[in-house]
Design a protein around this ligand. Structure first.
Ligand code: NAD
Length: 440
């Protein structure tokens, strides 16, 4: 049997633009109906999605429920609860020279046809959560899942086509050639999640059409541990935040910064925390993930000799397993400190004091997240005031991005723009200024 040739990117965009121009995507009832369909898609097909995520990344079904499917459902519910409120026009005071009968307000207009390009590490959440915002804002949307999570890409393509209006939401699967072809088209917004190298490719392509861009990038997110904190609690929270998804999380604590005495006390506790979360043999523990592919596996194994192994250090290429690993005595210039780790290796770097900590952070690219474990209001305040990062988490890694009313995004090398909740509406809408003066 002959399969029809896949639709060309130009035709996909033209088809969606034609739909957008009919006005079909704009009524609020229609937006919420699509969100309900998306929700249904997730609740009815959890096992299929979880199986795909397990095939791509060895994620346990509990982890997939929590960080991919459940996460997206919560974003949908939050949006459904508040959308009418968020979209309400906001009036603005009118200056006296326009007369007392003039009125002014802002209203949110959908942008048109939006492109969402997703990465492989949370391949469902990071495709669907931007989609929720783009649909809620009344747009037509092209989504491009990551080819590096092929099972999840295939399941999402099948499910999205079956559940959503295919003339308003298109799935384009593929890798660099397909994405390059898509990027040649004119979009009204491009939302990209991934690394900074490709972020630059996206920004350059967008410049051709003056298309606004959101870049959700990564980087090395530090975790500062102050003297005098409860190190058992700190170790437990660091381990859970770092080794979730085998460390392949954009906001994972990349490395620990602390003074030498605290480091010495923290290191054995990190080892104990790894054992208490993943057991003595993490490879056999069903809750621990795998590295996405051999290229990343080889890169990560190359980082394992950047310091003294406190716990972990072993790996198996055939199953792409790398043990949760803590490295001590790490030189700030060691290979593990020169790039975003994006895997289950946690280096501990020592600094003498708070000033040196702040200097260390400010000498490097602005991180996506910064974590601070300190009992001192003054220390927390100083770090927050004297450093710049996409977000800051005091006492708990990763969790800030689960607060739907907080904007999620980076700054500088960690990205531009943000989303989640009402911030997604800001991102995927144009805030239009309106003035009305009666003719008589
Ligand atoms: P990836 O390799 O899956 O790439 C992301 C997307 O870019 C994919 O859809 C891919 O097809 C496309 N792409 C790759 N090369 C391209 C090219 N030359 N031209 C056009 N498109 C191309 O994912 P990745 O970049 O390896 O993801 C990991 C990075 O993403 C890390 O730096 C991580 O910190 C970051 N990240 C950030 C967030 C966030 O929310 N800020 C979330 C997850 C990951």
């Amino acid at each position: 049997m002959n399969h029809p040739a896949p639709e060309q990117p130009a035709d996909v965009v033209a088809r969606l633009r034609a739909t957008f121009r009919t006005g079909r995507t704009k009524p609020v009832e229609r937006r919420t109906a699509q969100l309900h369909r998306l929700r249904e898609m997730l609740t009815d097909n959890g096992p299929d999605l979880a199986a795909a995520l397990h095939a791509d990344l060895g994620k346990s079904s509990a982890e997939s429920r929590r960080t991919e499917i459940g996460f997206t459902i919560r974003e949908i519910d939050h949006t459904l609860d508040h959308l009418a409120d968020w979209l309400r026009p906001e009036s603005a005071p009118v200056p006296a020279h326009l007369g007392t009968d003039a009125r002014a307000w802002t209203q949110y207009d959908p942008l048109g046809v939006v492109l969402v390009i997703a990465p492989w590490n949370y391949p469902a959440q990071l495709l669907l959560t931007p989609l929720v915002g783009a649909l809620a804002a009344g747009n037509a949307v092209v989504v491009k899942p990551s080819e590096m999570a092929p099972a999840t890409s295939a399941v999402l393509a099948r499910l999205l086509r079956a559940h959503l209006d295919t003339d308003a939401v298109a799935v384009v699967e593929g890798g660099i050639p397909e994405t390059t072809a898509l990027l040649a088209e004119r979009f009204d917004h491009i939302f990209y999640t991934g690394n900074g190298t490709v972020g630059r490719v996206v920004l350059r392509a967008a410049a051709e059409h003056l298309t606004p861009v959101t870049l959700e990038l990564g980087g090395k997110s530090p975790a500062f541990v102050d003297r005098g904190t409860d190190l058992d609690v700190v170790a437990d929270r660091l381990v859970r935040g770092k080794f979730l998804n085998a460390g392949q999380t954009c906001v994972a604590p990349d490395y620990v910064l602390t003074d030498p005495e605290t480091a010495a006390a923290l290191e054995p506790r990190l080892a104990r925390a790894v054992e208490s979360v993943y057991g003595t043999d993490p490879e056999a523990c069903g809750e621990y993930g795998r590295i996405v592919n051999e290229r990343h596996f080889d890169r990560l194994v190359g980082l394992l000799d950047s310091g003294r192994v406190v716990v972990g250090g072993d790996s198996d290429r055939t199953t792409k397993y790398i043990a949760p690993t803590v490295l001590a005595d790490v030189d700030p210039e060691a290979p593990v400190m020169r790039e975003e780790i994006f895997g289950p290796v946690l280096p501990v770097v020592t600094v003498p004091d708070l000033d040196a900590t702040i200097g260390f952070i400010n000498d490097r690219d602005k991180p996506l997240a910064l974590y601070v474990f300190s009992e001192s209001d003054e220390t927390r305040g100083r770090i927050a005031a004297e450093t710049s990062s996409g977000g800051i988490g005091h006492g708990l890694p990763l969790a800030h991005l689960t607060v739907s009313d907080l904007p999620f995004g980076g700054v500088g090398e960690s990205g531009m723009g943000n989303y989640h909740g009402r911030y997604s509406i800001e991102t995927f809408s144009h805030r239009k200024a309106v003035l009305e003066k009666p003719l008589r």
